[in-house]
Design a protein around this ligand. Structure first.
Ligand code: F6R
Length: 594
C-alpha cells in the first residue's frame, strides 16, 4: 500500500522525509520519491529502494517537501510512474494514495485542453487539474480540482512559490503530526513517531493548509478544529496500527481492500463493468489454476461463473495440472495468485501458454513474474499482505472473480444492476462482522481446546469450508479438515465423537435443508457443532451448540461474509494457543519452489 509523507518547518526537509519514508517501508513498495519546495518543485524519484534514493540525493536546504512510497496499482513500477507527479510546468507536485476512478475521462479532457501526461498513473491528473484552476492561490485550486475527482484520495500538494502544503482526504487515511514549530503529514502514524506523538486524524472531506507556523483545517468548506491525540504506541505497535498481529490488521482492512478491487472496474452510474481486458477472445470453456488459498478462491469463482455465464469451468490445483494430461481445448486460462511468484502457478501459466491458450492472471503484485508471462492481467489491489496467512487478498480475489463472472454474464441489465448494488454493499456487511469480533473470539477460545476439527458446507460455500480449515491449521496447528457436508458420511463419520467439533456453514441457498439434515447426522454422533448462519435464521439454533451470525447477503456473495467470520475464528483460536500467528512454522509468504 502506498505511503505518503510531508514536512514543513524550520529544519531541512530532505532527511526528515527520507526517514519518514523508511518508517513506512513495512507497508511494501516498489518505487519511491520526494519533491522539495523551492524556486521549483525539485523531484527525485525512481523504482528503487529508499536507501538508494537517499544515496542519490545532494544536500538541499529546503524546509518543506513531500514524499511517497508507491505500491503499483495503475501502471508498472518505474521512475515515470513513481510519485511525486507534477503538472506541465513542473511547479506543482502531488503525492497521492487511493484510486481516482474517473481518471481516464479527466485525462482525456485535460489532454484536449493542452496538458501533456507522462505516466500511466491515475494520480497524474491531480497536479494537472490544480494547474488548470490555479489563479495565484493554491488552496482554491485544490478545492476546484477535488470537485472534478471521483474516487478515494489522501494527497499532499505543493507549488513552487507557495510556502505551504495543501492536504486533503477522502476514503484514504491521512494524519497530521504536530511537532515543535513544524508539521508532518502522513498516511500512517509510524511515519511521524520519530518527531512527535501528537497527531490529528483527518476525516473524509477534510482539507488542511499548512505553513511553517500555522495550520488551517476545513471540512466541506467550513473551518473546523479536530482533537489532537497522543499516540501511546511503540514503532512496532504503530506499524500494526495498534493490532496485535498483521493478520488481524489485514482482516480489518478487508472492507477497504475490496472497495479498491472493484473501484475503477464498476461504473459509478451504470450497471456496467469494464475490466479493461481483451474482449475478442474466442473460448468455449474456462480453466482456472491456483494453489492454496487462491485455489479456494478459484473454486468459488467456478460456482459464480457457472451461475452467471453458463459456460463449462474447470479448476485445477496448479501443482497437479502441471503433471496431468488435462485437455484444455479452446480455453480461457485464468491463473489466480496473490504474489504472482508461486512456482507451481507460474509453471501452469507457461504450460497453458505453450498449449496455445489465452491466459489471464489475477494477482495482487504489479510487475510480478506472472504478470510478465500472462496475456492479460487483472490486479486485485488489496494492498501488501504481510501476514503469511492470506486473508484480504482472498476476499479481493473473490471480488475479482465475481467481476469476471458478471462482466461475461448473460443476465439482464436489471439483475446485473442489483447484484452490483449488493457487491458495493459488501464492505458495510464486512464491518458488521468485524463488530462481532469479541463474540467470535469467544468461540475461538472454545475451539482452541480441541485437536481435530471439521469444517463443512455445500455448494458455493464448500470452498469456504476448505479455506476455513486451511486457515485454522496453518496458524493454530490444530488438525482441521474441510469437507463437502454430504461427503462426511462416506468415511469421515468414523472420526466424529464428542471430541471432534464441526464448524458448519449454513448458507440460506438451495443447499440449506440438506445441510440441516447433515448437521443432525453429526449431532447424532455427538460432535459439538458451531454454525455460521445468517441473521434471522432462527431454525438453525435448535440443531447446533453455537451460532456465529453473519449478515444476510445474496447467496452468491455469502462466501465473502462467511470467510471473514472463519478468518477471525482461526485467528482467535491460534491466539488462545499462543501461536506465532503472522509467521507460522515451516511456511513462507511466497512459495517459489515446486
Ligand atoms: C494460505 C496461503 C497459501 C497461498 C498459496 C498460493 O494462507 O496464503 O496457501 O494461497 O501459497 O500463493 P499465491 O496466491 O501467492 O500464488
Amino acid at each position: 500500500m502506498c505511503g505518503i509523507v510531508g514536512y514543513i518547518g524550520a529544519r531541512e526537509a530532505q532527511p526528515i522525509l527520507i526517514n519518514c519514508l523508511k518508517r513506512l517501508e513495512y507497508r511494501g513498495y516498489d518505487s519511491c520519491g520526494i519533491a522539495l519546495l523551492g524556486e521549483t518543485a525539485e523531484v527525485h524519484k525512481d523504482a528503487i529502494r529508499i536507501e538508494a534514493l537517499e544515496r542519490s540525493l545532494q544536500p538541499n536546504d529546503s524546509q518543506a517537501g513531500i514524499g511517497h512510497t508507491r505500491w503499483a496499482t495503475h501502471g508498472k513500477p518505474s521512475g515515470i510512474n513513481a510519485h511525486p507527479h507534477t503538472d506541465c510546468s513542473g511547479t506543482i507536485a502531488v503525492v497521492h494514495n487511493g484510486v481516482i476512478e474517473n481518471f481516464l475521462q479527466l485525462r482525456e479532457q485535460l489532454t484536449s485542453e493542452g496538458h501533456t501526461f507522462r505516466s500511466e498513473t491515475d494520480t497524474e491528473v491531480i497536479p494537472h487539474l490544480i494547474e488548470k484552476y490555479y489563479k495565484g492561490d493554491l488552496e482554491p485550486a485544490v478545492l476546484k480540482a477535488l470537485a472534478d475527482i471521483a474516487g478515494s484520495y489522501a494527497f499532499i500538494a505543493i507549488r513552487a512559490g507557495c510556502d505551504e502544503l495543501v492536504v486533503a482526504r477522502k476514503d484514504s487515511p491521512l494524519i497530521i503530526g504536530i511537532g515543535d514549530k513544524e508539521y508532518l503529514v502522513a498516511s500512517d502514524v509510524p511515519a511521524v513517531l520519530d518527531y512527535t506523538d501528537r497527531v490529528i486524524y483527518l476525516e473524509d472531506g477534510d482539507l488542511a493548509t499548512i505553513t511553517q507556523g500555522t495550520f488551517k483545517l476545513t471540512s466541506n468548506g467550513k473551518q473546523i478544529e479536530r482533537t489532537v491525540h497522543r499516540v501511546p504506541w511503540t514503532m512496532e505497535e504503530a506499524q500494526k496500527a495498534g493490532y496485535e498481529h498483521f493478520m488481524l490488521k489485514e482482516i480489518h482492512e478487508q472492507p477497504r481492500a475490496i472497495q479498491n478491487t472493484f473501484a475503477g472496474y464498476i461504473s459509478a452510474l451504470e450497471p456496467e463493468i469494464d475490466l479493461g481486458i481483451r474482449k475478442d477472445i474466442d473460448f468455449d470453456n474456462i480453466s482456472i489454476m491456483a494453489c492454496g488459498t487462491s485455489y479456494h478462491a478459484a473454486l468459488v469463482g467456478k460456482h459464480a461463473i457457472n451461475k452467471l455465464v453458463q459456460i463449462p469451468v474447470n479448476v485445477d490445483m496448479a501443482s497437479e495440472f502441471n503433471y496431468s494430461d488435462t485437455i484444455l481445448g479452446k480455453s480461457l486460462v485464468i491463473v489466480v495468485t496473490q504474489s504472482g511468484e508461486t512456482a507451481d502457478s507460474l509453471k501452469a501459466l507457461k504450460k497453458a501458454k505453450e498449449l496455445g491458450c489465452y491466459t489471464l492472471v489475477i494477482t495482487n503484485v504489479v510487475g510480478s513474474s506472472a504478470t510478465r508471462i500472462a496475456d492479460d492481467i487483472l490486479y486485485i489491489k488489496a494492498g501488501p499482505e504481510i501476514s503469511v496467512a492470506a486473508t484480504k487478498s482472498f476476499v479481493a480475489q473473490l471480488i475479482m472473480l465475481y467481476l469476471v463472472a458478471l462482466a461475461h454474464s448473460a443476465i439482464d441489465t436489471r439483475s446485473r444492476g442489483s447484484l452490483l448494488t449488493e457487491l458495493r454493499q459488501l464492505p458495510n456487511r464486512l464491518y458488521e462482522i468485524l463488530d462481532r469480533e469479541e463474540e467470535i473470539a469467544g468461540h475461538g477460545k472454545y475451539l482452541a481446546g480441541y485437536d481435530n476439527i471439521f469444517f463443512v458446507a455445500r455448494g458455493i460455500n464448500y470452498p469456504i469450508a476448505l479455506e476455513g480449515a486451511l486457515k485454522l491449521k496453518e496458524i493454530s496447528y490444530i488438525h482441521a479438515e474441510g469437507y463437502a457436508a454430504g461427503e462426511l458420511k462416506h468415511g469421515p463419520f468414523a472420526l466424529l465423537t464428542l471430541d471432534t467439533p464441526v464448524v458448519a456453514i449454513a448458507a440460506k441457498d438451495n443447499t440449506y435443508e440438506t445441510l440441516l439434515a447433515n448437521i443432525k447426522e453429526m449431532k447424532a454422533r455427538e460432535s459439538p457443532v458451531i454454525a455460521i448462519a445468517e441473521e434471522g435464521d432462527a431454525e438453525i439454533e435448535q440443531y447446533v451448540d453455537f451460532v456465529v451470525r453473519v449478515p444476510k447477503v445474496d447467496p452468491l456473495f455469502s462466501p465473502v461474509v462467511n470467510v471473514t467470520a472463519l478468518q477471525l475464528l482461526a485467528y482467535y483460536t491460534a491466539k488462545e494457543r499462543g501461536c506465532p500467528i503472522d509467521t507460522p512454522r515451516n511456511l513462507a509468504k511466497s512459495v517459489t519452489v515446486e
